[in-house]
Design a protein around this ligand. Sequence first.
Ligand code: AMP
Ligand code: GLY
Length: 424
Amino acid sequence: MKVLVIGGGAREHALCRALTHDPDVTAVHCAPGNAGIAEVATLHQVDPLDPAAVTRLAADLGVRLAVVGPEAPLVNGVADALRAAGVDTFGPSAEAARLEGSKAFAKDVMAAAGVPTARSYVCSTPEQVDSALDAFGPPYVVKDDGLAAGKGVVVTEDQAAARAHAVSCARVVIEEYLDGPEVSLFAVTDGETVVPLQPAQDFKRAHDQDEGPNTGGMGAYSPLPWADPKLVDEVLHTVLQPTVDELRRRGTPFSGLLYAGLALTSRGVRVIEFNARFGDPETQVVLARLRTPLGGLLHAAATGNLAELPPLRWSSDAAVTVVLAARDYPATPRTGDPVQGLDQVAAEDAPHAWVLHAGTRRDEQGRVVSAGGRVLSVTATGADLSTARDRAYRALSRLHLDGAHHRTDIALAAARDEASGQSG
Ligand code: AMP
Ligand code: GLY
């Protein structure tokens, strides 16, 4: 099976890498890709947001499966165009991807499906903003209604800052603050059958101890030794299946990857947000542990055959990924700086640790240089989280990128918990 992956981040690097490990996958193509993906897939300089161009590429290559990675092409109708052209496609329609593209739409679907989430108001005037902020009190949670790559959300004790963010957006969702640990749970679905993957935890804030601004995600780990083993089943029955059923009932079935961002509050599980695609960086750790061949799984979802798939197989290893971000990320990052040490990681740390590229490209001299805010992520596996964590940080220490920053506490608390025997 020939596969085309759309996108060019660390998530797509992880997807392409896992696809090359699937014995049924004969070739992996990627558009537009990046400097790291070029080592595992054939790259095509095609605009991922252009449905006609992507469809032409898929037809020219004669691919059996197309996988759309990021949200923007999905919201732009790239999966619809591919399907209309007869290509088996993993990724929801533009209509179903509104689950991610509009926070207000997601709230409406959750209300109809009886899915637990934060109470909220949709506001488009300063008066509505003020009364919503007063209704909930601090900490204030203000979300831009449109796509914002994880950066449109402000959580603050400061009412003036909350108000300033709200009035800078055309339409916002203001909601109740949810306390408790966050979990990302992905499910593969064909619009009917829902197959949950293993849960992961993401670190959204830029700096250690969850300080600094929200980012797209600075690191992740899986499994979660502290979580209730029944969590996945509970979320399948209270969140994932009802949401998929509701979208099918509306005549806009959701086929692809449904990502539930959850808060485990004292009053139970609540949905923080849905995404319509694999999460980044959680995908790096979830796929590091998946033993079922990825191409077959995604193709079964794309063709409505998930019900026939045997149960997924998982490695008992733990996985940790740490993001290396460019100077000034998540504000406008500096780009064009060389990344050094990649060869040392490949020589010293494989096969237990590896680099997945996000914002990288090759410059005129053939050097790998930074080309985005999140530049790469280092992923490692081990018998437990402590081992995986040590390997990831050891590999990261060999890399150099001028002005770069990363968190030093990814999976730290969970690894300590595991070490103290409180896990499970
Ligand atoms: P989102 O883009 O909706 O995932 O929000 C980004 C981050 O903001 C989440 O991962 C949470 O850390 C935080 N956040 C969002 N909504 C809430 C909420 N209702 N209560 C507390 N924190 C939230
Ligand atoms: N890890 C957060 C996201 O993918 O949106």
